[in-house]
Design a protein around this ligand. Structure first.
Ligand code: SF4
Length: 394
């Protein structure tokens, strides 16, 4: 068809003509008119700041996604080695039977999920699992217990401290998630060698009561404060796909960005709906929302490790890589992540190999709140006139 058409057209019409070659617009000027002021300032930052307004976080979150991920990648390169990804393994050391009512959780005793409650795992069994994780390339070992808090759990705390010391003795970073803890428990864990304590805020302050009623947002913040005061790294992030709106994802990032210091680690979980829980029929968060949240977190929390956590198994390899390119730099890997399936070590190693990533060394990010010196700020100029909001509420 095209052959006969070309035969029937005069030669002059078929000849392709080229105009004078103009100098292409600079990358800076191309993106300048799409970048809101808050993002311009953030991409030029050389240190984390803890005085974010919610409007600033919103401006960043609502930047067109291709610009947002470009800026996030630039910030990522300034504060981190963009090829290094931390491999963590998370083991449940006490499963099920929890008195709390977190609407997403398989381990709450309030929901019929079919999960069998167990006693706490013996110390030697946990250390064996940590050794396997280390031998497979994980550099951080995390241990989770399904309960509300550590009150009246003296024997458990003693055993957990043994686990913490044992894992540290292997040269691994060690993290625990044990619900609410007080100042003394935090100090004891610190003395045992704990690297980080995970306690997620889950979502915004406003949306939180629709997800959990048995403990308050302020109680969660109180635990984070005990952890921080004890000199333990804070790991605190959220869960996406709970039914929250964009404003709640913005609210979550805004809250952690204004803590006295940014968390060392910010896990971004995609809800894994568990049958029998109130959120058992929810759909996976749309990928663009997940990516947008990761990129915003990377920019607003520039020195923090942004952790692609639960739900990663539902992402394609290309989607995972898009998250790494937008600033995620840690994953959970191994046989299980608490009670849900997890991408395995071999699969992750192969993915890293294909895309040019490598596992972060233990303690590589320790105390790193300063930017990497060799990378320059992203070229952005100041012009907010045409900043276009791109995200709608879910
Ligand atoms: S406190 Fe933890 S284990 Fe208990 S229901 Fe909530 S998320 Fe699940």
């Amino acid at each position: 068809m095209s052959l006969s058409l070309s035969r029937s057209l005069p030669r002059a019409l078929l000849r392709r003509s080229y105009g004078t070659v103009q100098a292409p617009p600079s990358a800076a000027s191309l993106i300048a008119n799409r970048i809101p002021p808050a993002l311009q300032e953030a991409t030029a930052a050389t240190a984390p700041r803890t005085n974010w307004s919610r409007e600033e976080v919103q401006q960043i979150y609502e930047t067109p996604l291709n610009q947002l991920t470009y800026a996030a990648a630039a910030v990522h390169r300034r504060f981190h080695d963009p090829a290094a990804i931390q491999m963590c393994t998370l083991m449940n050391i006490k499963t099920g039977g929890c008195s709390e009512d977190c609407s997403y959780c398989a381990q709450s005793s309030r929901y019929s999920t079919g999960l069998k409650a167990t006693k706490m795992s013996p110390v030697d069994e946990v250390l064996k699992a940590a050794r396997i994780a280390k031998d497979n390339g994980s550099t951080r070992f995390c241990m989770g217990a399904a309960w509300r808090d550590m009150r009246g759990r003296k024997t458990s705390l003693k055993n957990i401290k043994e686990m913490v010391s044992g894992v540290r003795a292997m040269g691994m970073e060690v993290c625990v998630t044990l619900g609410m803890i007080d100042e003394n428990q935090a100090k004891e864990l610190k003395d045992a060698g704990l690297t980080a304590y995970n306690h997620n805020l889950d979502t915004s302050r406003e949306f939180y009561p629709s997800i959990i009623t048995t403990r308050s947002y302020d109680e969660r913040l109180q635990t984070l404060s005990h952890v921080r005061d004890a000199g333990i790294n804070v790991c605190s992030g959220g869960i996406l796909g709970l039914g929250e709106a964009d404003s709640d994802r913005i609210g979550l990032i805004h809250t952690v960005a204004n803590l006295p210091s940014h968390p060392e680690s910010f896990p971004v979980n995609a809800l894994v709906p568990i049958k029998g829980t109130p959120l058992g029929d929810r759909k996976m968060i749309p990928f663009d929302k997940l990516l947008r949240t990761i990129a915003t977190a990377r920019i607003v929390l520039p020195a923090t490790i942004v952790r692609l956590a639960a739900g990663r198994i539902s992402l394609s390899e290309e989607q995972q890589v898009a998250c790494f390119m937008a600033g995620a730099n840690a994953v959970f890997t191994g046989e299980k992540m608490l009670t849900t399936d997890c991408n395995g070590w071999d699969e992750d190693r192969e993915m890293f190999e294909r895309w040019g990533f490598y596992p972060m060394r233990s303690f590589e990010k320790e105390g790193s709140t300063q930017p990497q010196p060799a990378v320059e700020a992203a070229p952005v100029a100041h012009d907010s006139a045409s900043a276009a909001p791109a995200a709608a509420s879910s």
